[in-house]
Design a protein around this ligand. Structure first.
Ligand code: GRF
Length: 212
């Protein structure tokens, strides 16, 4: 099987990117991070990429007429660096079919909630406000909706009585850093299979791993 080449998209601090970089370095992730792309020139994730010797490219969404034109520019950068799989790691833009069709079933997102509960940008705060006792994170394939694509894996954390948004988000983020490299490794190992779901149905995902 040819090596998985990741294009990682970030908008902010990039701690999930760091988890991927660390996993590659430690030999826990058999993939190459070919390029990191950000829509935000000041994103700390870009510094993390540069520090690891990974090409860091800014594609400023404000320079494009619409999301599709922005995505086309991102696809060009990803292809130029040989990416075969795209990871949205704190990437705060909705993606369009332009990106999704360029990497069919190979665009992955990490979300800080147990989907389908609490999609969007306030997952931990909404979990807290609702009063759930268990929260967590989800790694899923991206489709044209917001946080709606087929789920690959989830990890849970307890919600404690004295949690605030920051403490809960931090506990979830720690789990994200474990789960994301793990799922990308499953993809690298060819363990993730996606079958069309049929007319009007979601694609079905099978992850061939031993469940404990
Ligand atoms: C993470 O909570 C991720 O789930 C969400 O945005 C946050 C990004 O954190 N999509 P980082 O940039 O990886 O540090």
């Amino acid at each position: 099987m040819s090596e998985l080449v990741l294009g990682v998209l970030v908008s902010g601090s990039g701690t999930n990117l760091q988890a991927l970089l660390d996993a590659v370095k430690a030999g826990r992730l058999s993939a190459k991070i070919g390029v990191v792309v950000s829509n935000v020139a000041t994103a700390k994730g870009l510094d993390r990429a540069r520090a690891a010797g990974v090409p860091a490219v800014v594609v400023d969404h404000k320079a494009f007429a619409d999301r599709a034109a922005f995505d086309a520019a991102v696809v060009e950068v990803l292809r130029a660096h040989g990416a075969t799989c795209v990871v949205l790691a704190g990437f705060m833009r909705l993606v369009t079919p332009v990106l999704l069709d360029a990497f069919p079933h190979r665009v992955v997102n990490i979300h800080p909630a147990l989907l389908p509960a609490f999609p969007g940008v306030h997952g931990p705060a909404q979990a807290l406000a609702y009063g759930v006792r268990v929260a967590g994170c989800t790694v899923h394939l991206v489709d044209a909706g917001m946080d709606t694509g087929p789920i690959l894996a989830q990890a849970t954390v307890p919600v404690l009585d004295d949690d605030d948004e920051a403490s809960l988000a931090a506990r979830i983020l720690e789990k994200e850093h474990e789960l994301l490299p793990q799922v990308v490794q499953w993809i690298a190992e060819g363990r993730v299979e996606v079958a069309p779901g049929g007319e009007g149905k979601r694609p079905r995902v099978r992850v061939r791993i031993e469940r404990r």
